[in-house]
Design a binder for this molecule. Sequence first.
Ligand code: SAM
Length: 225
Amino acid sequence: MSDHPKGKRLFGRSQGKALSGRQQRAVDESLPHLSWPDEGPVDPKALLPDYDHHVLEIGFGGAEHLIGQAARARETGFIGIEPFLNGVAKALTGIEDHGLTNVRVKREDARDEMVRMPDAAFDQIYLLFPDPWPKSRHAKRRFVQTETVHELARLLKPGGRLRVATDVRSYADHAFPLLEAHRELTWTGKQASDWRDNPADHIVTRYQTKQLGDIAPVFMDFVKA
Ligand SMILES: C[S@@+](CC[C@H](N)C(=O)[O-])C[C@H]1O[C@@H](n2cnc3c(N)ncnc32)[C@H](O)[C@@H]1O
């Protein structure tokens, strides 16, 4: 099923087409320095000690948003977690291209990394266009579940923000009630443009432009009490 480092079953692909020579070199040489060990606690402040603010992006795909945000906010530390090797390789070459020193990357299932992280670690968490798993019999595979919502809320600082985006109606219908039900998360949407329009700080990814879903993208922004 996967060539995942821990041999675990991942939902979705963990590697696609062959890496370019440059990407393979980045994976071999840069990733060990920009990542962290597979065991033990993971503290974003220790990984990026020169930064007061830390951002987590879960499932960054082709890394356009991760790299774009990190290039825009070089005074903020960014952590990206993505199991798909080709996406990780794109993040690494993006880090090189932009000369970024404020990004750390892990090739892993984000659920396994989140539980290793301390409370109130992040100012912002992004979960953009998670794999939709639209069939109801696959609903348990969706990233947003009661347990992951609990972890997302736990990892946010008070006043920290969570953005979940999807272009699949069944995912929005599944995720929104679970997110809104968390007592520490408050939805910030007030008018339709707040969830229907790309947020002002958003960076559109290649995946988003493909418009593979069945609705226009919705952006669900929450703030932690
Ligand atoms: C539909 S793509 C969207 C990629 C990107 N967020 C974007 O908007 O362009 C979903 C991504 O989530 C990743 N993913 C799936 N399950 C994950 C998990 N448990 N932890 C971290 N990433 C995951 C997939 O490998 C894939 O790259």
